[in-house]
Design a protein around this ligand. Sequence first.
Ligand code: NAP
Length: 235
Amino acid sequence: MRRKILITGGSSGIGLALANRLSARHDVMVTGSRDCSEITEVFSPNLIYVQASQSDPEAAVKIIAEALLKAGWVKLDNVVLNAGTGFAVKNAIDDVERVRQTIDINLTATILLSRTLYPWLAKAEGTLTIVGSVAHKGQTLFPVYAASKGALHGFVRALRSEWRGRVAVQILHPGPTKTDMHAKAGHDAGRLRSVFIRPSSMAAMMEYAMSSKRSPLSLSFLKYYLGGSIMGKRL
Ligand SMILES: NC(=O)c1ccc[n+]([C@@H]2O[C@H](COP(=O)([O-])OP(=O)(O)OC[C@H]3O[C@@H](n4cnc5c(N)ncnc54)[C@H](OP(=O)(O)O)[C@@H]3O)[C@@H](O)[C@H]2O)c1
């Protein structure tokens, strides 16, 4: 069955790898804060791009809802709320603006989008997938990022029970993946980066996890080494 899929944070990294992977068999709309001319990675010509900055969560929700209506999409089989950001801190959290930004992008916009997109998902008896992180349990150098992902974990537990029988809800917690996120956050992973999971492999693990609808799921090194990116049911 050809699906209608929306992926936020689809202008780079894991979100774009997932979108490219799914775009051969499904209709995929992706979002990001940058202009489409600033997309530097391979971008399938089948994808629909919508510029919507989640730094202003309410404006982003409005833009995305309008884009769905404009495209004539009346239902969504899958929504992947993947957009995310973080910043590394050494000694103290003294940058209040970055705290606000991180919470707005990672948490507030994700919550508002979940609520707004419910009618689209309910029509298709679809699946909402929220992208957390293995950092949701707390991570040195990334306290605010970890807090936002921990909050998403709790949000999904509540929503999964509230929407049961109508819309499936899951949270996926990726492990370290070779994207630009760490550099953007001001963190150099050094030689450790060489063992990070490739975005295309993470996208494969995500597709299989989405198809299973299970939650919560860690998409960690262990899962990867056990064949998580080559074994699973496709969407
Ligand atoms: N890489 C890892 O090791 C890792 C591990 C665990 C979890 N994750 C999670 O995986 C998700 C994707 O991260 P990634 O590694 O693929 O990093 P990435 O390449 O930096 O991608 C982040 C995506 O989020 C979007 N985004 C960031 N700020 C935004 C804003 N203000 N408004 C709208 N969109 C915004 C970016 O779009 P623009 O650049 O166009 O704004 C981009 O498409 C994130 O939720 C991240 O927390 C990553």
